[in-house]
Design a binder for this molecule. Structure first.
Ligand code: P1T
Length: 386
């Protein structure tokens, strides 16, 4: 069988070919799903690198190769959810670590840090778009890790990854970026100096709303080994079938992201001109406070839009109830458009006063623009807003 030359490829090509070499035994173009929990050994300890699926699985290996190539990372570790990936990262830090975390992160991340790991580590929540605040905190305390979500969920705040990573390096502080909203197609944090990239694979990577999964990607071998040992010991490994589905979904990531972005840009501009809308947040709009940083560090603006209706919960609820094409559902990044109310749904685990302070008000609605015909999506919103 001919060996593919997989070096120096653009991301759209890598996503289709890396980890997708034909099956050696049969020539099948599509890799098989190794739906097995265990592997035969010829003598105790003598095997082909696979002993037990919690530790290794060939379908998962293929997925991890493809993901690592997409983020230009040496290593990828996939997990059974995004939260499991974050959990492994928290266990990898020495007890008592000081961690700077953005003050507008996914509600589940906030809940994990404040209700599960609050006795293990000391979390300092701050606005990571404020470089001076980060600088000050790095001078005051020995910080082990900066947890950056950029753009943030749901306010789409954008932090300057390059500036923050260069500051962090001077203090020997590691930086992790939750890159879920951009996907490796629009943003590569490792290129901007980050040490680790994390994704919820549930979203754009898989892209079809039928898998829950997560991934950590990095270049540091010692840290990779530590995280892999934790994965093997704790056991939140991604299943063979889910790994296969994500490997399949990744092949269309490039075209999906272009389509998500095209639709989101048109919807965001349309919303911005609507009389019943108070404010629209989309990184591609000139009105976005960090539009210039977005332009510099991302190669696209993604498919997520946040907007505020005029009025309060009553007005927002009407829109959410009246849409028919947009599914009222948590999650994002699938081919179908979703709409949700962060204060009641995805970010309900954040106490109301903290939520309100960060700007997640009751008239805030979040859209994940799918790849349907954009005019149908706009008509659906228009009817709901009427
Ligand atoms: O849902 P899970 O695969 O465990 O991933 C958690 C997660 C981590 N990071 C970000 C930025 C996320 O958005 C999520 C999950 N978010 C949703 C379910 C949501 O609707 O926002």
């Amino acid at each position: 069988m001919k060996k593919k030359n997989l070096s120096n490829l653009e991301i759209a090509t890598k996503l289709i070919h890396v980890g997708n070499e034909p099956d050696k035994e049969t020539g099948a173009v599509i890799p098989p799903i190794f739906q097995t929990s265990t592997y035969v050994q010829s003598s105790p300890g003598k095997h082909n690198g696979y002993e037990y699926t919690r530790s290794h699985n060939p379908t998962r290996t293929r997925l991890e190769e493809c993901l690592a190539a997409s983020e230009k990372a040496k290593y990828a570790i996939t997990t059974s959810s995004g939260m499991a990936a974050i959990t492994l990262m928290m266990h990898a830090l020495p007890k008592g670590s000081n961690i700077i975390c953005g003050d507008d992160v996914y509600g589940g991340t906030f809940r994990l840090f404040t209700t599960v790991f609050q006795n293990d580590h000391n979390f300092i929540f701050l606005d990571t778009t404020n470089i001076e605040e980060i600088k000050k905190t790095l001078l005051e305390k020995k910080i082990s890790l900066i947890w950056l979500e950029t753009p943030t969920n749901p306010l789409l705040k954008i932090s300057d990854i390059k500036k923050i990573t260069s500051l962090a390096k001077a203090h020997k502080t590691k930086v992790i970026v939750d890159n879920t909203f951009m996907s490796p197609y629009f943003q590569n944090p490792l290129d901007l100096g980050a040490d680790i990239v994390m994704h919820s694979m549930t979203k754009y990577l898989n892209g079809h709303s039928d898998v829950v999964g997560g991934v950590l990607m990095l270049n540091n071998k010692a840290l990779y080994n530590k995280i892999w040992t934790l994965q093997n010991s704790i056991g939140p490994s991604a299943s063979p079938f889910d790994s296969w589905l994500v490997l399949r979904g990744l092949k269309t990531l490039a075209v999906r992201m272009e389509a998500h972005q095209k639709n989101a840009m048109k919807i965001a501009k349309w919303l911005e001109g609507h009389k019943k809308i108070e404010k629209v947040i989309y990184p591609g709009l000139k009105s976005h406070p960090q539009h210039k940083i977005a332009k510099k560090q991302m190669s696209g603006y993604g498919g997520m839009i946040t907007f505020f209706t005029k009025g309060g919960l009553k007005e927002a609820r009407k829109v959410l109830e009246k849409v028919t094409l947009f599914a009222l559902a948590e999650s994002l990044g699938g081919v179908e458009s979703l709409i949700e109310h962060p204060a009641i749904m995805t970010h309900a685990s954040i106490p109301k006063e903290i939520r309100e302070k960060s700007g997640i008000h009751d008239n805030l609605i979040r859209i994940s623009a799918g790849i349907e015909d954009v005019d149908d999506l706009i008509n659906d919103l228009e009817n709901a807003l009427k």
